[in-house]
Design a protein around this ligand. Structure first.
Ligand code: HEC
Length: 140
């Protein structure tokens, strides 16, 4: 007799139900998601540094076909690499960011909820993310 699936399913349901409350307020890409990607991810995921074949500079690039498949599946954070890599144990090769720093749980939750809500990413200037400015830029 199989008894294992029941506790596993129960645990999954609890895990799945929790974020629903947090997700009620509609997240705003420009003010809540963009700053996270800009400060934590863009240094390695933009046209000048295309690690993992992933460019997060704008909507079209982020949703572009890659050999490893899409990183964002709107509505399905638990199948979206963009979220899953943030949950990996730091010693995993694909844990992001890879330099051992974890991003705060609150930000991980925001990414989760944003994908859950449909991963809306505006097409215009609002949706364009620039890599962090180089320090030298502030001189003149
Ligand atoms: C210091 C550089 C660096 C930073 C910062 C960084 N990444 Fe990465 N990222 C990489 C490298 C290198 C790979 C390729 C790893 C591999 O394929 O094994 C990668 C791959 C990925 C992939 C693709 C995984 C796959 O299976 O195809 C995703 C998704 C990803 N990163 C998301 C993020 C997110 C989200 C952030 C910000 C929280 C981030 N990364 C920050 C270097 C970085």
């Amino acid at each position: 007799m199989k008894i294992r699936p029941i506790p596993v399913l129960a645990a999954l349901l609890v895990a799945a139900a929790a974020p629903v409350f947090a997700a009620e307020a509609k997240l705003d890409f420009a003010t809540q998601i963009k700053p996270i990607l800009a400060s934590r991810c863009l240094s390695c995921h933009q046209s000048g540094a295309l690690f993992g074949e992933l460019n997060l500079e704008n909507h079209d690039m982020a949703f572009k076909k890659r050999r490893n498949g899409p990183v964002i599946l709107p509505g399905r954070p638990d199948s979206s690499m963009l979220y899953l890599v943030l949950k990996l144990p730091p010693k995993e090769m694909k844990a992001m960011p890879p330099n051992g720093h974890r991003i705060p749980d609150r930000e991980v939750q925001l990414i989760h909820d944003w994908i859950k809500q449909g991963a809306e990413w505006p097409a215009g200037a609002e949706g364009v993310i620039r890599p962090p400015a180089a320090k030298a830029d502030t001189g003149s």
